[in-house]
Design a protein around this ligand. Structure first.
Ligand code: IMP
Length: 439
């Protein structure tokens, strides 16, 4: 039984969580394989709104087993908060959640390093991280000497290891924060306090920690259906995104296998999720950005404020050059176009079909952020449908002009639109052919 995947095709916040929640009942397992508490996946169920950061979006379905695999970096306090939040609403995530012993932990020093590093600019701009310690944690994972993994929480030598790391990190933080006069405003970490915290994390999370890699391979051998849940978006991928304005994991389709341990041969269906327009949080080039009233209108109508940080998101028109690139990169075979209801309020809707870079028409997404920064969007204009579509439940309920928009997007990306979202609720979703989507 092949695995299906849901990945973001823009700069994150494409509403992947909603789609994963909807598709979860057709699967036995939902697998979160990269990123950490920088992600904010919103699932709306009736009047209840669940905001998840680490916990896979299949958690609301008791029959679905959820996995946090080795590629994820876990901030234990946030994760425990998520579990408590679910428990307080009558959901018992401890019954259907397993955390990989190989997953790395975001420790207090990573949060402190992220604070300090985020004040530095790169290529004249601030990356504007989510301050969740993501970059520093992945850096230590690759560096190995200072890494702490979930399995370490249940090992007796952890306090001693924390003491050694804290010594080194305090020196590092002092150096990073020095103002030239030798004075440092660096936060200093207390090893005893952190070790006590880690002991509590071990007690609370220990029962959920196990070998997700072998368990998932067993599930596949037993013919179980897996749904892989991507976090962030492909344009934030560390290797293939708008580097250095990216996150620190493989958030495009290329990260599925390495992050989960599921061999590529099992990966069949890849659903690429994109908004009907574009958004970005933090720094970095964004060719179709609208720094005008229209951008503000999209932000207001789409409630475009970060789930994790509350920051206003930068908004702009749909960028078909960027999404064509990420759809090809991810091997996407179906598009899910979200937030179509937001575009119902515009007389005209633009779609970027190419860039003008230094006077040349360019249809291929540039690999260099400095080049992308010079890209001016070449847009085509579509007439807006100006009709509320939040009540649409089938393709027939959509106005003709909305159909034309969807068809054109599919044509530009080279992948058909198979899912359309017209609002945050589960029911506000149109599947072109649900059976065929995962067949
Ligand atoms: P980090 O992942 O916190 O290191 O942030 C690196 C960049 O990725 C920043 O521009 C963040 O705003 C962006 N980013 C990280 N996670 C998300 C996400 O889930 N949605 C949107 N942007 C994100």
């Amino acid at each position: 039984m092949p695995a299906a995947c849901v990945i973001g095709l823009q700069w994150g916040d494409e509403a992947k969580g909603k789609l994963v929640d909807l598709l979860a009942p057709d699967h036995d397992c939902v697998v979160r394989y990269q990123g950490g508490a920088n992600a904010g996946h919103t699932v709306v169920c009736g009047s209840e709104v669940y905001k998840l950061h680490h916990v896979p979006s299949g958690i609301l379905h008791a029959s679905v087993m959820n996995f946090i695999t080795p590629g994820v970096v876990i901030e234990p306090t946030t994760l425990l908060g998520e579990l408590e939040g679910l428990e307080s609403r009558g959901i018992d995530p401890r019954k259907n959640l397993m955390i990989s012993e190989r997953a790395h932990l975001v420790m207090p020093w990573h949060l402190a390093e992220d604070q300090v590093m985020n004040q530095q600019s790169v290529q004249g701009e601030n990356i504007g991280t989510t301050l969740r310690g993501i970059g520093p944690c992945y850096r230590d994972k690759v560096g190995r000497n200072f890494a702490v993994r979930a399995i370490d929480l249940i090992r007796p030598e952890l306090p001693e290891r924390i003491a050694q790391i804290v010594d080194a990190k305090n020196a590092l933080l002092r150096g990073m924060s020095c103002d030239g006069s030798g004075t440092s405003a660096a936060p200093q970490l207390d090893a005893g306090e952190i070790a006590a915290k880690a002991q509590r994390w071990g007690e609370q999370l220990g029962p959920l920690i196990g070998d997700t890699t072998n368990r998932l391979l067993d599930e596949l051998d037993a013919g179980k259906r897996l749904l892989m849940e991507g976090a962030q978006g492909s344009l934030l991928d560390i290797d293939h995104g708008t580097y250095p304005f990216v996150t620190s994991s493989n958030s495009s389709g290329v990260g599925i296998s390495s992050g989960s341990g599921v061999p590529a041969k099992w990966i069949r269906h890849v659903i690429g999720v994109a908004k009907a327009y574009s958004t970005r949080v933090g720094g970095g080039p964004f060719p179709t950005e609208l720094s005008c009233e229209t951008g503000q209108k999209i932000r207001d109508l789409g409630r475009e404020y970060g789930t994790t940080t509350g920051r206003p998101r930068r908004c702009g028109w749909f960028d078909a050059v960027a999404v064509r690139y990420t759809a090809r990169l991810g091997g996407v075979d179906a598009l899910a176009l979200m937030m179509m209801d937001v575009l119902a309020h515009f007389d005209e809707i633009k779609v970027c079909v190419a860039y003008d870079i230094d006077g040349q028409r360019v249809e291929q997404f540039p690999c260099d952020a400095a080049t992308l920064r010079r890209a001016k969007p070449i847009c085509e204009t579509h007439a807006g449908w100006k009709k509320d579509v939040t009540g649409a439940r089938s393709l027939d309920d959509l106005p003709e002009l909305a159909h034309r928009y969807l068809e054109r997007i599919g044509q530009l990306i080279g992948v058909p639109v198979k899912v359309i979202s017209v609002g945050p609720d589960r029911e506000q979703t149109i599947f072109v052919d649900r059976q065929q989507l995962l067949a």
